[in-house]
Structures are given as structure tokens and as C-alpha cells.
Design a binder for this molecule. Structure first.
Ligand SMILES: CCCCC/C=C\C/C=C\C/C=C\C/C=C\CCCC(=O)SCCNC(=O)CCNC(=O)[C@H](O)C(C)(C)COP(=O)(O)OP(=O)(O)OC[C@H]1O[C@@H](n2cnc3c(N)ncnc32)[C@H](O)[C@@H]1OP(=O)(O)O
Length: 236
């Protein structure tokens, strides 16, 4: 990784060009429209449970009722190993990943757009479930989102690869409850290697800058002997 690549928002903007016009990315609809509704409700529960402590809620009753729902689901859905096999049929990671996947309740979610300059952008406001320092986003959450988003930027730029190395500089605190702008773009390519950069801003203030190295690679797909995925192919 090159040490001379630290950049300000202005540098990044210059690098990317002036046009950030978003381009449509085809959505993959759910197999069952109620699936996305269920996950929306789970996210409401997630956010409410981040505020349970010091609330006036009768928690014993809540635990019983949630336990009933969880037991109902567990007895009817596939186990995790079986689910890993079906997950790569159809929508692939696009519907189930932990950053933007509409089927994944731990995804904030972050909704990305591809821009006509080749970058990928997202605006997201994160709540207390993602807290690290007081009032601030946990640094690992920033890293998760940036890593995933650099993968998308690679895809958007016609590249693919597994993360081999990435590094972040936390330049200023990343606030919760305020819109954050994430942006990633392919910086340089060489054979199997792709160097990808990213930033997180709160308004005009630079919070995080990131540099990643991705290497073209493939991994075996669970339940599909002899099949390997480049990860970036997403849906099959
Ligand atoms: C907005 C709209 C976008 C459109 C969206 C539409 C569809 C989207 C569809 C799909 C979604 C796309 C993306 C999904 C997003 C994110 C995916 C999640 C990302 C991850 O979550 S991914 C998990 C973490 N990741 C790993 O789990 C990797 C484990 N790892 C390995 O599997 C190996 O490690 C591997 C394969 C990486 C390399 O192994 P290898 O054997 O192929 O490579 P090898 O060692 O031969 O090195 C070759 C050359 O790379 C250099 N090199 C190697 N490693 C380096 C390092 N760390 N630092 C610096 N240089 C390094 C060497 O020095 C040599 O360099 P040289 O050739 O110059 O000598």
C-alpha cells in the first residue's frame, strides 16, 4: 500500500471527477414479498432492544413473547449449514449480506448507488446499536461497511477479488444519528490486484479514509461440488 495516498474530500472529488450522477442498479426481488417485511420488523426490534436498558418495559413478558416467535421460526427454517447451500442459489450475496442485504437483520441496511464516474456511494444514518465511543460509530462497523463497499466498487468498476489487505485511518469521530456519506472507488489495477479507496464523511468533515488491496480469487460454493465463486458474481 502506498503511503502517499492520503487524501482529503477535495482530492477524492478531483480524482473521481465532478459527476456523481447515480445509475440504477437492478434490484433482485424477494422470493416472497413478506420476507423483506419480516426483516424490517426484526430491525425495528433490534433498534428497540438497543434501548431496553433503563426503559419501563416489562421485560419478562417481552422475553416470553419473543421466545415464542423464535421457537416458531427455528422449527420451520433450515439449519445454518443447509442455509449456506441455498444462499448461493439465486440472489447470492446481494440479498443476504450483512451490510445491505434486505434479508439480513444485522444489515443497517446501507443502500448503495453506483455513480457514472465509477464510484459507489451510500448515505446512511446509524443508531445506538452500532455505537463504539460515546455517540460515535464503532470503528469495526465503519470497517465492515467500507470493506463491503470497496467490493461493490470493484464490481462496479469491472473488477472482482477477495480482500487481501485493507487499512483505515480514523481521522475524526464518526457520529451516530447523523447522515454519513460513504464513497468507494477503484484506484489502481495491476493483473490480479485491485487497489480500492474509500471515505466516510459527516457533512464536509472527513471521518475515515480507507485503502484496500483485492486479489482475484475464488472459493468453493457450499453444496455445489466442483463449483467455485468469485464472490463478486453475486447472483447466479
Ligand atoms: C453499487 C452497485 C454495485 C453493483 C452491485 C451488483 C452486484 C454485486 C454483486 C456482488 C457483490 C460484490 C461484492 C461483495 C462485497 C464484498 C465481499 C466481501 C469481501 C470479503 O469479506 S473477502 C473475505 C476476507 N478475505 C479473505 O478471506 C481472503 C483470504 N486470503 C486468501 O484467500 C488469499 O490470501 C488470497 C486469495 C487473498 C491471495 O492468495 P493467493 O495465493 O492467490 O495470492 P499470493 O499469495 O500468490 O499473492 C499474489 C500477490 O499478491 C500479494 N499479496 C497477497 N496477499 C497480500 C497481502 N495481504 N498484502 C499485500 N500483498 C499481498 C503477493 O505478495 C503477491 O504479489 P506479487 O505477485 O507482486 O508477488
Amino acid at each position: 500500500m502506498r503511503d502517499d495516498e492520503l487524501f482529503s474530500f477535495e482530492d477524492a472529488r478531483q480524482r473521481l471527477g465532478e459527476s456523481f450522477d447515480p445509475l440504477p442498479v437492478p434490484a433482485i426481488p424477494p422470493a416472497d414479498p413478506d420476507l423483506d417485511r419480516v426483516v424490517v420488523e426484526l430491525r425495528r426490534l433490534r433498534d428497540a432492544s438497543a434501548a431496553l436498558a433503563m426503559s419501563e418495559v416489562e421485560l419478562g413478558d417481552i422475553a416470553d413473547r419473543l421466545g415464542e416467535v423464535a421457537s416458531l421460526l427455528e422449527s420451520r427454517v433450515a439449519g445454518p449449514a443447509d442455509r449456506l447451500e441455498t444462499m448461493w442459489k439465486g440472489a447470492g450475496t446481494r440479498r443476504s449480506n450483512p451490510v445491505s442485504g434486505p434479508e439480513n437483520p444485522i444489515a443497517p441496511p446501507v443502500d448503495f448507488v453506483g455513480c457514472d464516474d465509477g464510484s459507489v456511494m451510500a448515505t446512511v444514518t446509524l443508531g445506538p446499536a452500532y455505537q463504539g465511543p460515546p455517540g460515535c460509530v464503532h470503528g469495526g462497523i465503519s470497517a465492515l461497511i467500507i470493506d463491503h463497499m470497496m467490493g461493490l466498487a470493484n464490481h462496479w468498476g469491472g473488477r472482482y477479488g477477495m480482500t487481501a489487505h485493507y487499512e483505515l485511518d480514523y481521522r475524526s469521530p464518526t457520529p451516530l444519528l447523523q447522515p454519513l456519506t460513504f464513497r468507494c472507488w477503484v484506484h489502481e489495477v495491476d493483473g490480479r490486484k485491485t487497489w480500492t479507496h474509500g471515505t466516510i464523511h459527516a457533512g464536509d468533515r472527513l471521518c475515515v479514509e480507507a485503502r484496500g488491496l483485492f486479489l482475484e480469487a475464488s472459493v468453493p460454493v457450499p453444496g455445489q461440488p466442483g463449483t467455485r465463486s468469485t464472490v463478486a458474481d453475486g447472483s447466479q
